[in-house]
Design a protein around this ligand. Sequence first.
Ligand code: ATP
Length: 233
Amino acid sequence: MLEIDNLHAYYGKSHVLHGVTMRIAPGEIVALLGRNGSGRSTTVKAVMGLVEGSGSVRWGGRELLGLKAHQIAHHGLGYVPESRDIFPRLTVHQNLLLGQKKAGGTPGVRWQLDDMYAMFPRLKERQHTEAGVLSGGEQQMLTLCRTLMGDPDLIMIDEPTEGLAPKIVELVADYLRELQRRGVAVLLVEQKLTIALEVSQRCLLMGHGCIVFEGTPAELRANAGVRREWLEV
Ligand SMILES: Nc1ncnc2c1ncn2[C@@H]1O[C@H](COP(=O)(O)OP(=O)(O)OP(=O)(O)O)[C@@H](O)[C@H]1O
């Protein structure tokens, strides 16, 4: 269980999160929605120790605030940033091996290389290609897969559908469900309401650095007023 309580975050003197509180249960998919600048990415970065924060972020009862990003990852949290996070001069295969928790693959770990290639055949086709020459969408898949190779119990994914064609967005929905089937909890940072409503069990809306709505996809679908105020442009 991830328990975030009264989280504040700052960029220097700029105070951008104002007391965010949320829970993510094991194996749950939670969508974090909101307009650009509402504070979604900052929330995830503060959880990962990449932005200065105060308040409390507990994972399995252990306080994470104050730990370094690599220590947080070691405790089982994965983060897929919006920008592609790959080693461009290494091949797809080498990038994936670098993500592996322990060299050679550890029994009991959820994901092996073959799982990645089965989920994303395109990466298998390109396994010997330098990652830097992949398309944007392929680099995004690679970033996700490299994070999964670290066997996180919770993965936070920032705008996975950004810039993707509608057909590929459906693929994203499929892999999110596959993560859930394997017991991985997901915090999905999104702008697209459709995929959030389709795959999540709970939707959180952010505005001005605060959570302004929390409900099931059905509740959000039924609440045109909230959508108009906090989501639509
Ligand atoms: N590196 C930074 N330095 C200063 N201010 C920042 C920085 N990154 C984000 N901000 C500010 O923090 C606020 C929250 O931004 P954040 O990126 O978390 O929003 P978001 O909801 O994820 O939207 P986006 O999709 O545009 O990233 C915004 O006012 C933004 O301008």
